[in-house]
Design a protein. Structure first.
Length: 139
């Protein structure tokens, strides 16, 4: 963080949802811009990028919940690692609209939308930052 950032007071937007995902990705500002386009996210707050083009914190609202992002800071013990072993699931209404917006923005289809045995339409996508997303709409 620069000296100017140390002297600046930043807003503290409300955290929404009972469980908040905090992702460390390579290119947090670009990921935030993608999530705004692909998933209709709203930006609550974003720290400016540092001299190396990294940001320490972005706060988004996605589908009624908070999603937090940062770039990796290996010099502070927080490296950006390839996402694995999880996905972020969006419980949505009008899944076809949500799905098409994400695909049009550049999300890769991993599991096409389909009717599932648990009584929902469901599919999986991967974003350009390696994060897996799923969408679920109960019937």
């Amino acid at each position: 963080m620069s000296a100017a950032q140390n002297e600046t007071t930043y807003p503290n937007p409300a955290v929404k949802g009972g469980l908040v995902a905090y992702l460390c990705v390579d290119g947090a500002s670009k990921a935030a811009d993608f999530y705004i386009k692909a998933f209709g996210a709203e930006e609550a707050f974003r720290y400016p990028v540092d001299e190396q083009g990294r940001t320490m914190h972005v706060h988004l609202y996605v589908n009624g919940s908070s999603l937090m992002l940062s770039d990796g800071y290996p010099e502070h013990g927080c490296p950006a690692e390839k996402p694995q072993g999880f996905n972020l699931t969006l419980q949505v209404k009008d899944i076809d609209k949500w799905w098409q917006r994400a695909v049009d923005a550049g999300a890769e289809v991993v599991l096409p939308l389909q009717d599932m045995f648990w009584g929902a339409r469901y599919g999986q996508l991967k974003d350009p930052f390696g994060v897996m997303w799923s969408m679920n709409e109960p019937k």
